[in-house]
Write a protein that binds this ligand. Structure first.
Ligand code: ATP
Length: 273
């Protein structure tokens, strides 16, 4: 059965957005007595930058974890590339082309930037150790391709100068960029960013915003990001889902969401720089 909408749209800045890539249908997720997500539905279209925002504890991380297969909702369906997704482990979701970054950086601290980015290529290594022994040529070709791809992304995100540096020595903002590089190395169809700007200073936030826009523009990558800070995402996103206490209270373009009374109420008294 194909439930994929072909309906796209054109953004205010003239970019063409395609049909539905992912659809969350009536998702409900509880932890014991705590309902983290209550009956939420929304879609993500090909090529768009889609944000999920909301105050503390709204359920944003839980939703990202449902998309990436870390949490299995008690109710609802996840549709991806036109098919209902069966229950899957996170590594299987990753193999389907969904890559993510984490709120708390999850890199290999002792390894160089290049080696960390190379770990993003693991899903593209078809030759296992045994096969590498039998078909040395194929394994070598694959290694060269993987390296070329990693280097291309390193150039693109302007981290060439630190490609040999162990990640542990990098400042926070650069670590976040390396994490983005690693996720991109997987050539994802859908890139999930978990609070990519959290803990950053204004300049780092501006850099990260620019890289997110450039990635979307250059590689056509569909991006879904969650963010606490409403101001940051409004300039960046094509459409925004707003969550509050596990419920969806708004969904639309940044302008629509900004003028939504429920959203204004939810954010009143909540500081967001
Ligand atoms: N593993 C868990 N076990 C129990 N409760 C959880 C778990 N994860 C989240 N929750 C609860 O679910 C609700 C939603 O949390 P979630 O982390 O998804 O919100 P959030 O919008 O991402 O918040 P923040 O902006 O603070 O990161 C909260 O009440 C939280 O305490």
């Amino acid at each position: 059965m194909n439930d994929m909408s072909t309906e796209g749209y054109t953004t205010a800045d003239g970019r063409k957005i395609g049909g539905t890539l992912m659809e969350m249908k009536n998702i409900t997720l509880s932890f014991g007595g705590v309902k983290a997500i209550t009956d939420i539905s929304f879609d993500i279209k090909e090529g768009e930058i889609r944000a999920i925002i909301g105050p503390n504890g709204a359920g944003k991380s839980s939703m990202l974890n449902v998309i990436s297969g870390f949490y299995i909702p008690q109710q609802g369906e996840v549709w991806y590339q036109g098919a209902k997704r069966p229950q899957m482990r996170p590594y299987e979701v990753a193999r389907q082309g969904i890559a993510r970054t984490f709120q708390n950086i999850a890199l290999f601290d002792g390894m160089s930037v290049l080696d960390n980015v190379m770990t993003g290529r693991l899903n593209h290594m078809t030759t296992g150790l045994f096969a590498q022994g039998l078909w040395k040529g194929k394994a070598e070709r694959e290694e060269v391709e993987n390296r070329e791809r990693a280097e291309k992304i390193i150039d693109f995100l302007e981290i060439q100068a630190i490609r040999k540096t162990p990640v542990a020595r990098l400042p926070y903002g650069l670590k976040k960029r390396v994490e983005l590089a690693r996720a991109l190395a997987a050539e994802p169809s859908l890139l999930l960013l978990d609070e990519p700007m959290a803990g950053m200073n204004v300049e780092e936030k501006e850099d990260m915003s620019r890289f997110i826009l450039d990635v979307n523009d250059e590689f056509g990558t569909t991006i879904a990001l969650i963010e606490h800070d409403m101001g940051v995402v409004m300039d960046l996103s094509d459409r925004v889902v707003v969550m509050d206490y596990g419920k969806k209270i708004g969904d639309g373009t940044p302008d629509e969401v900004r003028n939504n009374q429920d959203v204004i109420d939810a954010y009143l008294g909540v500081s967001h720089d």
